[in-house]
Structures are given as structure tokens and as C-alpha cells.
Design a protein. Structure first.
Length: 320
């Protein structure tokens, strides 16, 4: 059966885009072996606060549980806690060209004009390749912005296999069904993002109801005045309709004003986030439980990861 991996960076508060685009597809596909990976090593590639990172990592694990990820079926791990990720990362660096890494659009964007660029930002896609290859993953759900990184993982795996002998499963990128891309509510030309400087465009998964209502009420629309899908001319309204469809899980009925649309969206979002918020509050009372889930996840995935690294080491000519 195919094995899937979905990653989440603990770089801030998870938002509705993360839920609709990644968590819900993960929960819907739990009949197959899956790994939910918190990419805390990736969070080190940009300026970060250690205490905040620790808190964010535990928060992402807790939100995953609250959103319905079942740790009995899906291993929840932090990539820093499975040292095979870092070891394979180094081995793969020796099979990747500097030019290949420097060409990555995300590296160019995040490094442009930034004097304190970390070397790990350059090698980030190689770590992502290691995250995938170390677990013999066949399928990686990816959004457009990660396509180039997944292609690099495929290239490196294929090259490594051809040069040193069959070692890695070559993963394919898939687009999960019903995984709409959710746009920023204050600037619908950009995707909803954890790291956008203003919180006005995102709905945090743990936002209280009044904040959700305010954020949706202030969402940018247009002057057309008709509620319809028209991404070119009405990107804000189209985005609100996408959120409504995803949260209510049905086609919206006729809506005659933007006010009515926003009220429906607010109710539908609250109906989805209310139970997640409540479950999160319960789980937060016992942080030891969340730590244990991460330890269990690590124990579950480690034998396979160790075996993959052993194959790669042997193929490269390193001693046992
Ligand atoms: N706006 C979005 N709509 C749908 N899916 C989204 N994802 C992210 N934003 C949206 C999906 O969520 C998963 C986890 O994302 P990530 O933590 O790896 O970071 P990201 O893709 O870079 O998303 P963010 O939230 O915008 O983070 P920052 O601001 O830190 O870069 C992925 O499967 C992603 O596709």
C-alpha cells in the first residue's frame, strides 16, 4: 500500500489554509500508512526563537490531534526527534549540486535582500528530500509552492539509485482531492500564510469566535456586488465561497449580499473550528500525553528510517 507523508512547519499558528489544504486530506486518507511530520528542523532555516519553536512544535502536534489525526493510524513525528533525517540529509548533500539548491525559487525569494541568510536555508530542499526518502514514501501531497522541492527530491533519489545502486523509493507528488488553496483574506492574490506580517488575512485554527467573526467581516471583497465564483475579477468573494464549500461541505444556497455571504462563512468556519478548539483545550491540559504521542511516532517510524540510512551508507561506501 502507498505510504504518504505530510509536513507542517512549526513557524507560527496554523491557519484555515493548513487545515483545508493539508490536515483534512490527511485525516481523510488515514486508511493508508501515513506520517504527519512536524518539520521543526526546517524552522531553523530562518531567524527563530528557541522557546517559541518548542512551544510551536508542541502546539502543531496538539492541533493535529485535535483536528482528528489518529496517532494509532498516522505516526506523528517531529523530524528533529528522528536523527536519521539529519543523517540522510548529509548523505544526500553529497549527491546534490550547489547549483540545484541555489536555483530553488523559495531560496531565492527568502534570501533576497536578507544579509543573515543561513546555510540551512540553501540546503532546506535537501533536508526535505531526506524527510521523504528516509521513510520510503511513495506519495507526497504538495501545493504548487512545494512542487520544485519535490522534483528535486525525485531527481536526487533517481540519480543516487543510478549512481550507487537501488536505494530509495522515488516519491510522486499528488494533489489531494478537495484540498482547496485558501487565499489571504486581506490580499486574495496571496495564499493564506502563517508568516504573513499581518494577521488580518488569516484565520488561526485556535482563534476565538469573535476574532474569526471580525476577520471574516473585514475580508476584502469588491464593488461588483454579486456573490459568484470569478477568481479573475472577484478573488476575495471566490475565496470566501471556497472556504464556505470546504467548511460546510456543500454547495452554498443563493446569497444575495456580501454581508449574507460573510455571515454564512463565519457560521461554517466556527462549526468546524469550535470542536477543534475545544479538543485542543482538553489535550493542552496534559502536555505529557502529546510528548508521548511524538515518542510513540518516533518509535514506530525509526526501524524503517534506520534501514534506509543503512542502505544509503553502504551504497556510498561508508563502513558499517
Ligand atoms: N493557504 C493555504 N491553502 C491550502 N493549503 C495550504 N498549506 C499552507 N498554506 C495553505 C498547506 O499546509 C501544509 C503545511 O504547510 P507548511 O507548514 O509546510 O508551510 P507552508 O506551505 O509554507 O504554509 P504557510 O502556512 O504559509 O507557512 P509559512 O508562512 O511558514 O511559509 C502544506 O501541505 C501546505 O501545502
Amino acid at each position: 500500500m502507498t505510504r504518504r507523508l505530510t509536513g507542517f512547519q512549526p513557524t507560527g499558528h496554523l491557519h484555515l489554509g493548513n487545515l483545508i489544504g493539508a490536515m483534512r486530506p490527511l485525516v481523510a486518507a488515514q486508511d493508508r500508512p501515513s506520517i504527519a511530520m512536524i518539520a521543526d528542523l526546517h524552522a531553523l532555516t530562518v531567524e527563530h526563537d528557541p522557546q517559541q519553536l518548542r512551544a510551536n512544535t508542541l502546539q502543531v502536534a496538539t492541533v493535529l490531534l485535535a483536528a482528528g489525526v489518529d496517532p494509532e493510524r498516522t505516526a506523528i513525528i517531529a523530524n528533529s526527534q528522528v536523527p536519521e533525517h539529519a543523517e540522510l540529509h548529509y548523505l544526500l548533500e553529497s549527491a546534490t549540486g550547489y547549483g540545484e539548491a541555489a536555483r530553488m525559487i523559495q531560496f531565492k525569494e527568502k534570501s533576497a535582500g536578507n544579509k543573515g541568510v543561513r546555510l540551512s536555508l540553501l540546503t532546506y530542499p535537501v533536508l526535505m528530500a531526506a524527510d521523504i526518502l528516509v521513510h520510503d514514501i511513495d506519495q507526497v501531497p504538495v501545493g504548487d509552492d512545494q512542487n520544485q522541492h519535490l522534483e528535486l527530491a525525485r531527481t536526487v533519489a533517481t540519480r543516487f539509485n543510478a549512481r550507487y545502486g537501488e536505494t530509495f523509493t522515488v516519491p510522486e507528488g499528488i494533489r489531494p482531492e478537495n484540498a482547496a488553496r485558501i487565499m489571504d483574506l486581506s490580499d486574495p492574490a496571496r495564499k493564506m500564510s502563517k508568516s504573513a506580517p499581518s494577521a488580518a488575512g488569516r484565520i488561526g485554527l485556535l482563534d476565538p469566535p469573535e476574532v474569526i467573526r471580525r476577520t471574516i467581516t473585514r475580508a476584502v471583497t469588491d464593488t461588483v456586488g454579486v456573490v459568484r465564483d470569478d477568481a479573475g475579477n472577484q478573488p476575495g468573494v471566490t475565496n470566501l465561497l471556497a472556504i464556505l464549500r470546504a467548511c460546510a461541505d456543500r454547495e452554498p444556497g443563493p446569497l444575495t449580499s456580501y454581508g449574507a455571504l460573510k455571515r454564512e462563512v463565519t457560521d461554517a468556519v466556527e462549526a468546524v473550528l469550535g470542536p477543534i478548539r475545544a479538543r485542543y483545550a482538553e489535550l493542552s491540559e496534559d502536555p505529557g500525553h502529546v510528548r508521548k504521542i511524538l515518542a510513540d511516532g518516533r518509535a514506530r517510524v525509526q526501524p524503517r528510517a534506520a534501514e534506509t540510512v543503512r542502505r544509503a551508507r553502504t551504497a556510498l561506501g561508508l563502513l558499517d
